[in-house]
Design a protein around this ligand. Structure first.
Ligand code: SF4
Length: 412
């Protein structure tokens, strides 16, 4: 088992840290949109239909059109996928995420990670993470989970979104062969490595964990037996069945909510409805949930959209779900838009407070007062942070040490 070394550090620096898990938009060639029949009335119907990506004209493209077939060596790698349906003529339908790709023999799905070999679907990145590193849990971000703890972060290749602004596009928008480097860690080896490093948490992050689902799940099953905590950072486009299975072995989830409009999700080649449904399922499962909203000027920064999103979170999840407004910086294919003005973020924060959300912070603004978490009861600082560093923790036995107010989260 090879340990991360200087090359790994360089790779990590290359991919640009955690930030938001991949997302972005390109043409959604060849994927098929499917939405939940049990659509919750609380999710706007427009968030499930009428997207240009649902237009049948987009389904003329083979899903793996842009993906070269891997060579024979690569074909011997991977693990059979858990959620798929065999179809006629050796085709398969992947049932893991809401793209529901139909994949022909020898081709891969939209995420570049799932390959049809003789009518069986394989996850080709299983046991082959392209990024392995330790990070503070605050970087995920998770503000109510073991503050100041280190986690072992694991990412692979590929993504089921095409966010134009993706900060980790070097990983997320390439296949494992295109990245050209990876570690070999079985799930047992990954867990042993976390134990060796003496970290409290294993996080599946950097790229979308859904697209390496079987690896995430196997690591989680083993890690739970060893007393480690399991976290993952996702765009929330996973189907309900695999989601519920993974939640059984999960302590906390960070979900990127790209906005509260079709426009915001067009920027990520997706639909908002399934993501909102995922948020509800996580909350109902009793798994600790935090939400990140990357505020991008002209894409999702209108006062109305931010207020609607905050109201939906309050009414359908809980006012106690932490919401992180994160600052956008030009990146990948969204370089013509300037960084988010600080006052836009402060306005968003004020709106969230006005709506009644209790734990709202600002990210990607190192040193801002609202890197820190405040008690909703007495307004004293609960956790003082400077960027990702915890400098003061005033939570004792899950309560504010000033007024005794109970603070939800994972504290021990
Ligand atoms: S996980 Fe990948 S192959 Fe499966 S439906 Fe989603 S994008 Fe398609």
């Amino acid at each position: 088992m090879r340990k991360p070394n200087r090359r790994d550090f360089i790779l990590k620096a290359f991919v640009g840290g955690v930030a938001a898990v991949c997302a972005g938009c390109l043409l959604l060639k060849g994927s098929r949109m499917k939405y939940l029949p049990d659509l919750a009335a609380s999710i706007p119907e427009a968030f499930f239909s009428g997207s240009p990506f649902s237009d049948p004209s987009f389904s003329d493209y083979p899903s793996s059109e842009l993906i070269r077939e891997s060579d024979k060596t690569e074909k011997s790698q991977g693990r059979e996928a858990m959620y798929y349906t065999r179809l006629e003529r050796n085709r398969v339908r992947c049932d893991l995420c809401h793209r529901s790709c139909i994949i022909a023999q020898g081709r891969r799905g939209f995420c570049r990670n799932r390959e049809n070999r003789q009518g069986k679907l394989y996850n080709v990145v299983y046991g082959r993470p392209s990024a392995v590193h330790t990070d503070p849990v605050e970087k995920e971000p998770q503000h109510h989970m073991l503050p100041g703890s280190e986690m072992l972060s694991i990412g692979t290749a590929g993504c089921n979104f095409r966010c134009l602004h993706c900060h980790n596009w070097h990983l997320s928008q390439h296949s494992i062969e295109e990245i050209g480097r990876y570690h070999s860690y079985t799930p047992h080896e990954a867990v042993n490595y976390a134990i060796e490093l003496d970290v409290a948490i294993i996080s599946s992050t950097y790229n979308e964990p859904t697209v390496f689902f079987e690896y995430v799940l196997d690591i989680a099953r083993i890690a739970k037996k060893e007393g480690l905590r399991i976290l993952w950072h996702s765009n929330g486009y996973i189907q309900p069945l695999p989601l519920k299975e993974l939640l059984q072995y999960t302590d906390a989830v960070t979900i990127d909510l790209k906005g509260f409009s079709r426009k915001a999700y067009d920027n990520s080649s997706a639909e908002p409805g399934p993501v909102l449904k995922t948020l509800q399922i996580i909350k109902e499962a009793g798994v600790w949930l935090e939400i990140v909203n990357l505020v991008i000027p002209t894409i999702n920064d209108s006062s109305r959209e931010i207020e609607d999103m905050c109201v939906w979170i309050r009414d359908n999840l809980s006012p106690e779900v932490p919401l992180h407004f994160s600052r956008f910086f030009p990146n990948y294919k969204l370089t013509h838009i300037s960084a988010t003005p600080i006052d836009t973020l402060e306005r968003a924060l004020k709106t969230a407070h006005k709506v009644g959300l209790q734990y709202v912070t600002l990210g990607n603004v190192p040193g801002h007062e609202y890197n820190s978490t405040f008690c909703p009861q007495c307004s004293k600082i609960l956790i003082r942070r400077v960027h990702f560093t915890v400098v003061e923790n005033n939570i004792s036995d899950g309560r504010c040490s000033s007024c005794g107010h109970s603070i939800p989260g994972i504290w021990s």
